[in-house]
Write a protein that binds this ligand. Structure first.
Ligand code: ADP
Length: 372
């Protein structure tokens, strides 16, 4: 044996993979120590035998025909099993294995070399991992759904006593008109104002809890017509503030239309609401990155201190008092929910006094489903 051959033999005998070499007729010519462990047969027992005894009898015909078919050509080749092969241990137990078989021309004949790895443990831990992930996902989905239901029911139930407070406060105000001092009248008006705000809060919590993306894969929403509708809805405040717009040609997205309206409405109405002393200018653009769209809504508003860039997307987060800028603090939380429930991301880049750029990503409509 040459020095090279000896070293190779040493490596193969100490390898973690079972190594089997065979002649042109698939008769075993070598069988390393790991092959003895993996397949249970001693080297002496198998030398000269054809390899088929390591294949479980019920799979033998199928595997051998696949094997011979693969190596039928008259050239060197490598077969790597992409799916798990089942092999049989000497004790009869079957196990999943990963196999590479090399067909190599040596002298004038072909030889076959096989590396075999028992992947029982790997498969078991993969399956266990998958089971755990599945279990956790189900638990998470369950608790999400419970939370959604809770928010929905709580919001519905809260509306009822609120309606009573509002109704009776209005009656009280009407029936005491001109009979009460200034202060008590003002107090009733505060109550009414409070109920109005509470109503808006409850409705936005309800809206937030109802956002989902269950059927969104089938949706094809044209953002150009969404913007048209939003601008028509905001017509009065656009006229009042002299707001101007530049809107790119926008794509279609796989998001329910009502959610896209909500998303743009919240962002655009914020750009108008948080305007500085000049008339609002709003630019809306979209560009494609791989299989998603990046939307930008840029304005010349009062801007946002970067330290609050994340916080403003939380529920009820507001940076201003309700007198100067009325609102519930739910608008951006709703935007975030719409975007993230579709696998996207939303963020803001801004500086106080320098306008803001709200950016978000959404999945592109799959080509097949795209409407003309
Ligand atoms: P709301 O407008 O009801 O307060 P949002 O969730 O829509 O609630 O916004 C949260 C906060 O983010 C606002 O209170 C405001 O301070 C800030 N903000 C949102 N949009 C803009 C904008 N375009 N320019 C400046 N500040 C903004």
């Amino acid at each position: 044996m040459t020095k090279d051959r000896e070293s190779l033999q040493l490596i193969l005998n100490n390898a973690y993979d079972a190594f089997v070499s065979m002649d042109s007729k698939w008769r075993i010519t070598d069988w390393n120590a790991q092959a003895e462990i993996t397949l249970g047969w001693c080297r002496e027992d198998v030398l000269g035998r054809s390899l088929d005894f390591v294949i479980p009898s019920h799979l033998r015909k199928q595997y051998l025909s696949e094997l011979f078919k693969f190596f039928s050509s008259d050239s060197e080749d490598i077969l790597k099993t992409s799916r798990d092969f089942l092999l049989a241990h000497r004790d009869g137990k079957e196990f999943p294995a990963e196999i590479s078989i090399f067909k190599v021309k040596e002298d004038s004949d072909f030889k076959y070399y096989a590396l075999i790895r028992d992947i029982t443990e790997r498969k078991r831990s993969n399956e266990e991992l998958e089971r755990l992930v599945q279990e956790r996902t189900e638990k998470l989905m369950h608790s999400n759904e419970e939370l959604r239901q809770f928010a929905k029911i709580a919001s519905h139930d809260l509306q009822e006593p609120l309606r009573a407070i509002q109704g009776f406060s209005e009656l009280l105000l009407e029936s005491t008109q001109g009979k009460l001092e200034k202060d008590p009248t003002e107090f009733i008006e505060y109550i009414l104002d409070g109920t109005k705000r509470m109503k808006a809060l409850i409705q936005s919590v309800l809206l937030h809890s109802e956002i989902d993306s269950y059927d969104s894969d089938a949706c094809v929403t044209n953002c150009n017509s969404v913007i048209e509708e939003v601008l028509a809805d905001l017509d009065q405040s656009i006229k009042d503030t002299g707001a101007s717009f530049e809107v790119d040609r926008l794509p279609k997205v796989a998001v329910e239309r009502s959610q896209m309206i909500q998303l743009f409405q919240n962002l655009i109405s914020n750009s108008i609401k948080y305007r500085n002393s000049k008339a609002p200018m709003i630019y809306i653009t979209a560009e494609k990155n791989l299989n998603q769209w990046l939307f930008c809504v840029r304005d010349n508003s009062i801007g946002i201190d970067p330290q609050y860039s994340d916080k403003i997307f939380d529920m009820f987060a507001r940076l201003h008092g309700k007198v100067v800028y009325p609102g519930t603090g739910m608008g951006l939380a709703i935007c975030k929910r719409i975007v993230t429930s579709h696998g996207g991301r939303i963020w803001v880049e801004s500086e106080l006094g320098h306008g803001s750029i709200f950016m978000f990503t959404l999945p592109a409509v799959k080509r097949q489903g795209e409407l003309k």
